[in-house]
Design a protein around this ligand. Structure first.
Ligand SMILES: C[S@@+](CC[C@H](N)C(=O)[O-])C[C@H]1O[C@@H](n2cnc3c(N)ncnc32)[C@H](O)[C@@H]1O
Length: 404
């Protein structure tokens, strides 16, 4: 019943998870593109429409476009709306380095406009002189015409806004640490402006190159990628029909996507209220409005004693299954759903997610086709950090269900 695979070996044409535009901005718990490519190659054909209700940083959008499929992406995180125009950039002309250089030069001398994020405790996260400089650079970018070049510079400014802050930039969650405070203090004794600019230049130029490589490869592609960030998929009805679903739902615990990307969202112009509102809707940190039953889930529930974890379990399944169901109801007959999940533990109890999802949907008009198990445990969680064993996961699974 289980087919053991290595998606990296099954898709040897992808040699690097961050190739082309996949990694221009960090995002926690991204898909490895090989899984998406495999599902696209195996279960879809050219010009099909694919939906991803938990699109995150848009891996399905990028892969779909590269494979001449259309994609419809939803995610609670507003970052998606900023990322997608860059990740699937379409244009007849290649981007020019010289133009980027002109803007980067101007950014350093132009001092008329400043931008301060609408973040009540922004000072907590920055040394005053660094905040002042960042605010000048962002102010410049927000006061010139918005286009792909400003988009490229923004991705570089996001990088330095995190790296030169008091948060530990190598871990996803916002966390001020003694180590980082000391590192910033030390940096301020050095040529920190030059160092900051070096990162901005390097990142901008490398993003421009990635976009040009993407453009060159996709000149003949005429597909569409639609994206809706800021959407609660568990409460959203999609009107159109799809040929396939490819998605990876949020983790059962220990992942707060909004909190992890909060600093980016503030610099990109979102405010306290918007961000609080989104955090409240995040799975599994909100109340369940129904209790879901499947044989495997009932066994887990009967073993779980801690009240807070019981609530989390209910919340997770209620909203994750709602979101999947909203999208899967829109699949055409014979449409295939490919759902990528781990095998998390809650209070030491193993939760066989793929089995629970499969049991739920086989009662609701789907047939179980197969499940792949990948024992390579290097799903990239964030930046360069590889989480070998998130939540005690031993493997990851790709569940395949077919609409009857
Ligand atoms: C495992 S991540 C998906 C990562 C994505 N596959 C990628 O490659 O970037 C799960 C996503 O679920 C999203 N999410 C959490 N609660 C949600 C909700 N209520 N509605 C829509 N998306 C939600 C998170 O923002 C996160 O991006």
């Amino acid at each position: 019943m289980i087919e053991f695979v290595s998606f990296r070996n099954l898709v040897p044409e992808i040699t690097e998870t961050g190739y082309l535009t996949h990694a221009i901005v960090s995002y926690p718990a991204k898909f490895i593109p090989q899984v998406v490519r495999y599902a696209l190659n195996t279960y879809t054909k050219e010009n099909d429409w694919v939906i991803d209700p938990f699109a995150g940083s848009g891996t399905v959008g990028v892969e779909a476009y590269l494979c001449k499929r259309n994609a419809f992406l939803l995610d609670l995180n507003l970052l998606l709306n900023h990322l997608m125009p860059m990740k699937v950039f379409q244009s007849n002309d290649l981007l020019r380095k010289e133009h980027l250089h002109i803007l980067l030069e101007e950014m350093q001398t132009e001092n008329k406009h400043h931008f301060m994020p609408a973040w009540s405790n922004i000072e907590y996260w920055y040394a005053p002189e660094i905040l002042k400089l960042l605010s000048q650079y962002w102010g410049y970018i927000y006061n010139i015409e918005d286009n792909i070049y400003t988009g490229i510079i923004k991705t570089a400014l996001l990088k330095v806004s995190k790296r030169f802050s008091y948060t530990e930039h190598r871990t996803p969650k916002l966390a001020r640490s003694k180590r980082k405070l000391a590192a910033i203090d030390e940096l301020l004794q050095e040529n920190w402006v030059e160092q900051l600019l070096q990162v901005v230049y390097d990142h901008s130029l490398s993003t421009l190159k990635k976009l040009n490589d993407f453009l060159t490869l996709t000149q003949s592609h005429e597909n569409r990628v639609e994206y809706y960030g800021g959407v609660d998929s568990s409460n959203f009805t999609v009107q159109r029909k799809f040929d396939a679903l490819i998605t990876s739902p949020p983790y059962l615990q220990a992942q707060e996507y909004i909190r992890s990307t909060k600093m980016d969202l503030y610099w990109l112009g979102h405010n306290d209220d918007e961000i609080k509102q989104l955090s409240r809707l995040e799975i599994p940190y909100r109340k369940a409005d129904r209790v879901t039953h499947t044989p495997t889930l009932d066994v887990v529930r009967s073993k779980l004693t801690r009240k807070d974890l019981c609530h989390r379990l209910e919340s997770y399944f209620c909203h994750t299954l709602n979101a999947l169901e909203n999208s899967m109801n829109q699949l055409k007959p014979n449409g295939v759903a490919s759902i990528f999940v781990g095998n998390p533990r809650i209070d030491g109890i193993e939760v066989e997610l793929w089995k629970i999802i499969s049991e739920y949907f086989t009662e609701r008009g789907f047939t179980f086709k197969k499940v792949y198990e990948d024992r390579i445990k290097t799903r990239q969680l964030f930046g360069t950090r590889k989480n070998k064993n998130p939540e005690g996961m031993k493997s990851e699974f790709l569940l395949i269900l077919k609409k009857e």
